[in-house]
Design a protein around this ligand. Structure first.
Ligand SMILES: *Cc1c(COP(=O)(O)O)cnc(C)c1O
Length: 445
């Protein structure tokens, strides 16, 4: 192995990193980050990197954001944890008020979990139990679309549809039904985005109409299928899905874990369709990259189906040790305050427009260009036919040397920076990608 620092050696002695083949670390050892500062993080050798992926899609306002840091410091001297059954605290109560005020209409109750995958589990359990308690115990099937990603616990993998995460565990899973969803890059109806009427909804429509009486819920990532490759689809699909699920007494479960909190230009991505789900999972940006916390929002109608004398056995007995943790709640409150007080949705619009303009200019003659797509402050380039087995990964390694953290999904390179990025930094991010791509292509010639 290369010359490793003490910290790197000790890391490799004990730590099994997520979503990694540890053998790859022989080529690219763990980068030990010692400091965060806005858009940048700094490693132990003093190298600085632009964080173009919001540190795994969670960071909204930069690393070590002064407002959030201050909120945590204040909270930590007041209350760090309290059992959340029968007890409550100010931060959770304020969060309840603030989050329901900005959530899509009708979502009025909060269930706390520790991470996105757990909130998927809660959505599934709750939807099924609702139907049991309202006289439809046969409704136990969950439906999702191609490329769906809803987390990596066993239940969440069951409703996911990304083979590379799922394959080996198939014997363990309770699998939902997968139907063909939108694929706008290779639209089989030969539509351009401008004249699309979500014709591809026909697959979902057929399945739901035929099997509606056994279906509990449809779970879907609103507007953008993130892990599948930042696949953006039409809001008309969501509109149609809402109308039909409503008619057939099927829950619409919106997974807003990645795209909630402004990423697509609206507070929640489903707002693009002008509809509300029955259940909505949020996470990631909820705590701006500071704290593992997730929330499942539900309607009063769902809540009411669980409200009964204890002896009726209708309680929702799901809990986590850290449910409703005060530090997490305080961070989420501060996140929502920043949105409001600093007009973040406006900021996202303005920076999104700039990203689109700059990307259109800078990416127009790159080789192997398939498509550039963007919504809000997330842009993605689909590279088609690029040679090499792991082109995306190689480009990622080159970009690191140039001081940018990109983290392509296969051969789809995306830009998902924190909302504090400046115009010149948007340009630089795109330039680094461009140079890295060209350098990669030179190495394989
Ligand atoms: C990240 C993600 C999850 C899982 O959240 P974790 O906190 O990583 O468990 C679920 N759904 C979507 C759409 C995600 O992007």
């Amino acid at each position: 192995m290369k010359n490793l620092s003490d910290l790197q050696k000790k890391d490799l002695e004990h730590i099994f990193h997520p979503c990694s083949q540890m053998k790859d670390y022989e080529q690219l050892p763990p980068m030990v980050i010692v400091k965060g500062d806005g858009l940048y993080v700094e490693d132990e050798f003093g190298n600085r990197y632009m964080d173009c992926v919001s540190s795994w899609w969670v960071n909204l306002f930069g690393h070590c954001n002064p407002r959030i840091n201050a909120a945590i410091k204040e909270q930590i001297d007041k209350l760090e944890h309290i059992i959340f059954a029968n007890f409550s605290h100010e931060a959770a109560i304020e969060l309840g008020e603030r989050l329901t005020a900005v959530a899509p209409k009708g979502l009025n109750k909060l269930i706390f979990t520790d991470n996105g995958s757990s909130s998927t589990e809660v959505a599934i359990k709750l939807s099924f139990q609702y139907h049991v308690q309202t006289g439809n115990p046969q409704k136990k099937t969950f439906v999702s679309i191609d490329g769906a990603y809803h987390g990596e616990t066993i239940g969440a993998l069951g409703v996911g549809n990304m083979d590379r995460f799922t394959d080996v565990y198939k014997p363990l899973l309770k699998e939902g039904v997968k139907v063909k969803g939108p694929d706008c890059f290779n639209c089989s109806f030969d539509k351009k985005r401008e004249n699309c009427n979500a014709e591809c909804f026909v697959y979902m429509e057929e399945y739901l109409k035929e099997n509606g009486d056994i279906i509990s819920g449809v779970i879907i990532e609103s507007m953008v299928q993130g892990v599948a490759g930042m696949r953006i689809y039409s809001p008309i699909y969501l509109k149609k899905l809402r109308a039909l699920t409503q008619k057939l007494n099927i829950h619409l479960i919106a997974d807003e874990i990645a795209m909630g909190f402004g990423r697509t230009g609206k507070m929640f991505a489903i707002e693009h369709a002008g509809v509300s789900p029955d259940i909505m999972c949020v996470g990631k940006g909820l705590t701006a990259g500071y704290f593992p916390m997730s929330i499942v929002l539900i309607t009063d109608k769902l809540y009411d189906a669980f409200y009964a004398d204890y002896s009726e056995g209708k309680s929702f007995l799901h809990s986590h040790s850290y449910s409703g943790n005060p530090i997490g709640c305080r961070i989420a409150v501060e996140t929502l305050k920043i949105f409001q007080e600093e007009n973040i949705l406006e900021v996202i619009k303005e920076k999104g427009d700039y990203l689109r303009k700059s990307a259109t200019e800078k990416l127009k003659d790159i080789p192997y260009f398939g498509e550039y797509r963007q919504i809000g402050l997330i842009g993605a380039i689909e590279l088609v036919g690029i040679p090499g087995e792991r082109a995306g990964y190689e480009i990622y390694k080159i970009a690191l040397k140039k001081g940018a953290i990109l983290r392509p999904l296969g051969n789809i390179v995306y830009f998902m920076p924190p909302y504090i990025i400046k115009r010149e930094e948007i340009d630089k991010m795109l330039d680094i990608f461009n140079e890295s791509l060209r350098e990669y292509l030179e190495t394989i010639e």
